[in-house]
Design a protein around this ligand. Structure first.
Ligand code: FAD
Length: 503
């Protein structure tokens, strides 16, 4: 693999560990305003794929640190530091930064149920402060509650490990009292040769060596333009997924805000009698099913332009079974019908100018890839007709027609242009794959895990159909209420996801 790639617009360098930029060491107390800084690995988006990548990076570094040939390079001082105070230098560090507008992992799979059950919604948000075995070392957030949570965890860490009379904010970087075995709950990332920053905000511009960002604000009254700053990086991992309309994609900046959003959506449904869902993809089907189950006396329409659904390349038997469960549960299926527009009173006008009476509508017929933050040259070269991004088998931005690869730019999760049914499972898989390759490149100068050949893999899907029945297809076998899926869906797969991500 070459070490330098020239594109039409930029030159990107893929670096080994000794070539990484000098990262900015943020102060332990964090910042409440955006500041410019340098990090080595930037992860944009902290849901299934981004978090899977972050946790896997940690696991890899931790494992490599336990091996003598790598612990030296990860933990020993730089050459020019040798000869200085041998006992008190900071370990070498790889700076990893996660930027995400939410303060935790929201289980998107549980959204249709959360929309009709705010109490249930409480179980679907895992604040980053409560992740198992993964802690952030530094934080930038406008939200004092988030900073305070971070500090209460930090105080615990300090009281465990730093001399009680220590006042200098940088002391923790020089602390060597942790042992690897001390890392019971993820404290002491520096012991494994890295540190993790969390930016509670979003990227507003991205190219192959820098990102502009602003911080999350929950003050909806503020008319001020958000302040912005730049992050320089060596590697970037784009994990920003796809957005749908509210409430299917809630803002959910913090858990309490998310619960308020779900109370709002519940009240909206409660106050209307005819609810229509436009689009019978997996999301529309599950939303119709969950609304009808919670409000059996209301009219719930599910409107779709074709006879069969969902649209994924699955068997007709599977699609028929999904349909049967919905009909049985008295969801009103309106098929072969395309909606042109919504009137001000909620009624829907079809492409044949017929009127479907409705009071409240959920448009589940489209989603938006969160890639508009990419620079124009990157979008021009790598955006596909499906609004995904072209990548090679190592998930680097890559266009085979123009022969351009941006080697330090990885894409994971829902955004990749691959013939798969996009899912939380694939998102977690790609996050783990990239962490494996990146650590391997940094330490051994090679990528080791290409994306698998999916052409021979059987496709599968599990859908919550009418009356809470689970319809599944895997390896061509269609089932109703497979016992293990029923178990997993008791918490809408959140337990399984936490176990998969190991958080
Ligand atoms: C209602 C619903 C039900 C579903 N049910 C299932 C199911 O049963 N099983 C299944 O496997 N899959 C299901 N899916 C699909 C699954 O949720 C997705 O495949 C998965 O969420 C993709 O993960 P991701 O990490 O790529 O992106 P996402 O989960 O979409 O996460 C992207 C993250 O990036 C953040 N982000 C966006 N823009 C920026 C920015 N500019 N800067 C920083 N961060 C940003 C977002 O806040 C978000 O946290 C469902 C999806 C929906 C919507």
């Amino acid at each position: 693999m070459s070490t330098t790639t020239t594109t039409n617009t930029t030159t990107s360098t893929i670096k080994s560990i000794s070539q990484l930029s000098n990262p900015t060491i943020l102060p332990i107390e964090g910042y409440t305003k955006p500041i410019a800084f340098t990090t080595n690995i930037l992860i944009v988006g902290g849901s299934y794929s981004g978090l899977s990548c972050l946790k896997s990076l940690k696991n890899h570094f931790k494992h490599r640190c336990s091996l003598p040939q790598y612990s030296k390079v990860l933990l020993s001082p730089d050459d020019d530091e040798i000869g200085q105070t041998q006992t008190n230098y900071p370990p070498k560090r790889v700076s990893i930064t996660l930027i995400e507008p939410k303060s935790g992992l929201l289980n998107v799979i549980g959204i249709p149920q959360s929309i009709v059950d705010p109490k249930f919604a409480e179980s679907q948000y895992l604040n980053y402060d409560n992740l198992k075995g993964l802690k952030f070392d530094k934080i930038i957030s406008q939200d004092l509650q988030i900073i305070n949570q971070f500090h209460s965890r930090l105080n615990k860490r300090n009281s465990n490990s730093i001399a009680s009379n220590s006042t200098a904010s940088d002391d923790i970087e020089y602390d060597e009292t942790y042992s690897i075995e001390d890392d019971i709950d993820g404290v002491g990332n520096l012991q494994f040769g890295f540190e993790i920053n969390f930016i509670h905000g979003k990227v507003t511009y991205l190219d192959d060596n820098k990102a502009q960002y602003s911080l999350t604000t929950t003050d909806s009254n503020s008319s001020d333009l958000p302040e912005k700053a730049m992050i320089d990086f060596d590697y970037v991992i784009l994990a920003t997924g796809k957005d749908r309309s509210w409430p299917t994609t809630p803002l959910a900046y913090i858990p309490s805000y998310f619960i308020n959003e779900m109370i709002q959506s519940y009240t909206q449904i409660e106050n209307h009698n005819i609810i229509s869902i436009i689009g019978a993809g997996a999301v529309g089907i599950e939303l119709a099913s969950d609304i009808k189950r919670k409000f059996p006396l209301k009219t719930v329409n599910l409107i779709h332009p074709h006879e069969n659904f969902p649209p994924e390349p699955l068997s007709l038997e599977f699609k028929q079974k999904v349909k049967e469960t919905l009909i049985k549960s008295k969801v009103n299926l309106i098929l072969n019908t395309r909606i042109k527009e919504e009137s001000s009173n909620g009624d829907l006008i079809t492409s044949e100018n017929k009127i479907i009476h409705s009071n409240l509508n959920y448009w589940c017929n489209s989603h938006k890839s969160n890639i508009e933050i990419l620079s124009t040259p990157l979008l021009k070269q790598f955006k596909t007709a499906q609004n995904n991004l072209l990548i090679n088998d190592y998930l680097q931005l890559s266009n085979t027609i123009t022969n351009h690869t941006i080697e330090n730019f990885f894409v994971i999760g829902d955004l990749i242009e691959k013939p798969i049914i996009k899912s939380a499972g694939w998102a977690a898989y790609t996050g783990r794959q990239i962490a494996n390759n990146l650590v391997s490149y940094l330490l051994d100068s090679k990528f080791i895990e290409p994306f698998p050949d999916v052409s021979l893999m059987p496709r599968g899907m599990v859908i919550l159909g009418g009356d809470g029945n689970l319809v599944s297809e895997l390896s061509g076998v269609v089932e109703l209420n497979n016992a293990s899926y029923v178990e997993e869906y008791k918490d809408y797969c959140f337990g399984k996801i936490k176990a998969t991500l190991d958080v």
